[in-house]
Write a protein that binds this ligand. Structure first.
Ligand code: IDP
Ligand code: MG
Length: 142
């Protein structure tokens, strides 16, 4: 299986709950390594651009406002099958439907304030990493 990199956000609800470490520990326990990490306060423009794919969805404006409502941690995770592995550890978008033991089942507040973001495919992972990080921000953990 290939070593991949994927983009992850610890969203405002999880940062406010002070569970950054607990969330990162789950990635590490699953064999993923953090190769870049930064806490930021997103602007409305940044959130709007990041979630542009959802522009036509009824929840878009609320989602963008929510993502700017407090600091978030943006990070890049690396490891075998990192993209799908991250999505498995996160759980389903709606925490009520998320499998037991997943981050969203354990920490999320609602379908909107659902604790984490994770890229869903290699092309989006690449775009999302480049949206927040430059090449020199990414560290080698080999
Ligand atoms: P994902 O984060 O599991 O990939 P997406 O469908 O890509 O889910 O949606 C992006 C984000 O938009 C979700 O993580 C969540 O914060 C928000 N969202 C998705 N569906 C809804 C909804 O029906 N109501 C409110 N917010 C939603
Ligand atoms: Mg998505």
């Amino acid at each position: 299986m290939a070593i991949e990199r994927t983009f992850s956000i610890i969203k405002p609800d999880a940062v406010a709950k002070n569970v950054i470490g607990q969330i990162v520990a789950r990635f590490e326990q699953a064999g993923l390594r953090v190769v870049a990490s930064r806490m930021i306060q997103m602007s409305r423009e940044q959130a709007g651009q990041f979630y542009a794919v959802h522009k036509e969805r009824p929840f878009y404006n609320d989602l963008c406002a929510y993502m700017c409502s407090g600091p978030v941690v943006v990070q890049v995770l690396e490891g075998e099958n990192a993209i799908a592995k991250n999505r498995d550890i996160m759980g389903a978008t709606d925490p009520k439907k998320a499998a037991k033991g997943t981050i969203r089942a354990d920490f999320a507040e609602s379908i909107e304030a659902n604790s984490v973001h994770g890229s869903d495919a290699p092309d989006t992972a690449k775009l999302e990493i480049a949206f927040f990080f430059s090449g020199s921000d990414l560290c080698s953990r080999k």
